[in-house]
Design a protein around this ligand. Structure first.
Ligand code: GUN
Length: 301
């Protein structure tokens, strides 16, 4: 069965629209997200546009700051600091990648952790790794895919947990293999699945006999950015397969990390590209913006 991230995202965004309207009725202001793009990378321009559109749909206010690719690191930090100090700003997102002369880690650290809607700030990443929320207090659903870690969780892994919740399959005790070890997807995904009582393996470019490792997986998450790396011989019959890759092929078409046609009849559930993880990432960004707003609002009141 195909997991439609597009449909689940639409359902979640309608729900968020109502959440935001209710917040406005209660507090007299709506969440406010600032999206910063440095330079003119065409892929970044598309991602940023999608984020702004999603915000508009959810009735979240958003501002687009398009800065010159020539901006210095110091100037960008000063811009971020101004937004950190602006009480009317709930979320700050700096679209990556940044031009080579700017240190991404330094920029991520410059955003106040409370306003880091990406969940990339070291304080947020550390909270995810150090906290072990009681799973007994949490019933996972597409609307509430992760227990409360008291911090912002990166959007893509959070969206994937929502996709997994949509299948209705119990995760406890399952074998999960995450292919890819990035700090944005692979590593947080592994921790979240571990906390859901999965036995987790992280595979990467130096993993020997990748197909054999992948065949162990009841839940296979492919997040490496290599088109069609995951072939039919990587899939255990009945596995759930989630494809995070968005790769542009020479003919201009999009391909995931999974050979979808070859794997779709072996898996029990599989997410497509496009229309799988992508819309969920943007949707979780909206949820993170709402959550940052709520935490800040709680402090004020
Ligand atoms: N570039 C590609 N994906 C992302 C993301 O999720 N957040 C940011 N800030 N930049 C990105």
């Amino acid at each position: 069965m195909i997991i439609s991230g597009k449909d689940i995202a639409a359902q979640l965004r309608s729900d968020m629209q109502q959440q935001v309207d209710a917040m406005f009725a209660e507090y007299g202001r709506t969440p406010n997200l600032v999206v910063i793009q440095v330079g003119d990378d065409p892929a970044s321009s598309i991602y940023v546009r999608n984020k702004m559109r999603a915000a508009e749909f959810c009735h979240i206010r958003s501002q687009y700051l398009h800065l010159s690719g020539e901006i210095t690191e110091k100037e960008l930090c000063a811009q971020i600091e101004q937004l950190n100090n602006d009480d009317d700003v709930d979320g700050i997102l700096v679209q990556l990648p940044l031009p080579a002369h700017i240190d991404e880690e330094r920029i991520i650290c410059a955003i106040h952790a409370e306003k880091d809607v990406d969940g990339f700030h070291p304080d947020n990443a550390a909270s995810l790794w150090l906290h072990q929320p009681l799973q007994t207090n949490h019933i996972a659903s597409i609307y509430n895919p992760v227990p409360d870690y008291g911090c912002t969780i990166a959007c893509t892994p959070k969206g994937i947990l929502s996709l997994l919740a949509s299948t209705g399959v119990e995760l406890d005790g399952k074998r999960a293999v995450v292919v890819g070890r990035s700090p944005i997807v692979g590593k947080p995904m592994a921790k979240l699945l571990m906390d859901r009582q999965c036995t987790v393996t992280i595979a990467h470019s130096h993993t020997r006999d990748l197909p054999a490792v992948c065949r162990e997986a009841d839940i296979l998450i492919a997040a490496v950015g290599k088109p069609k790396l995951i072939t039919a011989d990587c899939i255990k019959p009945g596995a759930i397969v989630i494809d995070v890759g968005i790769n542009r092929l020479a003919d201009g078409s999009l391909s995931g990390d999974v050979d979808f046609e070859a794997c779709k009849d072996i898996a029990s559930f599989i997410s497509p590209v496009p229309g799988g993880v992508g819309p969920m990432t943007v949707t979780m960004l909206m949820q993170n913006t709402i959550d940052c707003y709520k935490r800040r609002q709680m402090k004020v009141n």
